[in-house]
Write a protein that binds this ligand. Structure first.
Ligand SMILES: [Zn+2]
Ligand SMILES: [Zn+2]
Length: 181
């Protein structure tokens, strides 16, 4: 597997009883991902006419950048998936729309070539969080001075209004003040 781009199988080479492909130590998936711990797992392929049913599992660790504070952090992935791979040419745009509406996991192959490389990249992408956070309560950066508010406080005070919890806290402390006064 020196050239991952050639890693795959031709549709006609999938035996009728199906095929299990195991992989390990894959770390050269271009620059799309910052891989901390190489990926391992398996694909199970079963041919059904011109479609291929895939079940698979993958495991590894990638480094992500937090959306709020821009710090890099490790994101472990353990992802089980099922999908149908269909020939791209068999679909017209109308059908493609329907598929996405049904929210089925579908992938496509071209020229009878099932690329394991593309499959792996696709599934890693699908297992990434929509919002990348180093921790659920990351405080982010101060929009004024740029201080990482997880590490230090600054004097700007503007950021406090951003979080509903901060507002609630303000309300509560005001209440306490009223009570006290
Ligand atoms: Zn963060
Ligand atoms: Zn600040």
């Amino acid at each position: 597997m020196h050239d991952l781009k050639n890693w795959g199988i031709l549709l006609e080479d999938i035996p009728p009883e199906g095929l299990k492909v195991e992989f390990e130590n894959i770390s050269d998936l271009e620059k799309d991902f910052n891989i901390k711990k190489p990926f391992s797992g398996y694909f199970k392929l079963k041919k059904l006419g011109i479609e291929v049913k895939v079940e698979g599992f993958l495991k590894g660790v990638i480094t992500l950048k937090c959306d709020r504070c821009l710090t890099s952090y490790d994101f472990p992935i353990e992802h089980t998936f099922k999908l149908d791979i269909k020939p791209r040419a068999s679909l017209n745009i109308e059908e493609e729309k329907e598929l996405s509406e049904e929210d089925m996991e579908v992938s496509f192959y071209e020229n009878s070539w099932i690329s394991f490389y593309e499959l792996l990249k696709e599934e890693i992408l699908l297992s990434l969080p929509y919002k990348k956070l180093c921790k659920p309560d990351c405080k982010g950066l101060c929009p004024i001075c740029g201080t990482n508010l997880n590490e230090a406080e600054c004097k700007c005070k503007v950021h406090k209004k951003e979080s509903p919890f901060a507002i609630l806290k303000d309300l509560l402390s005001n209440k306490n003040l009223e009570k006290g006064g």
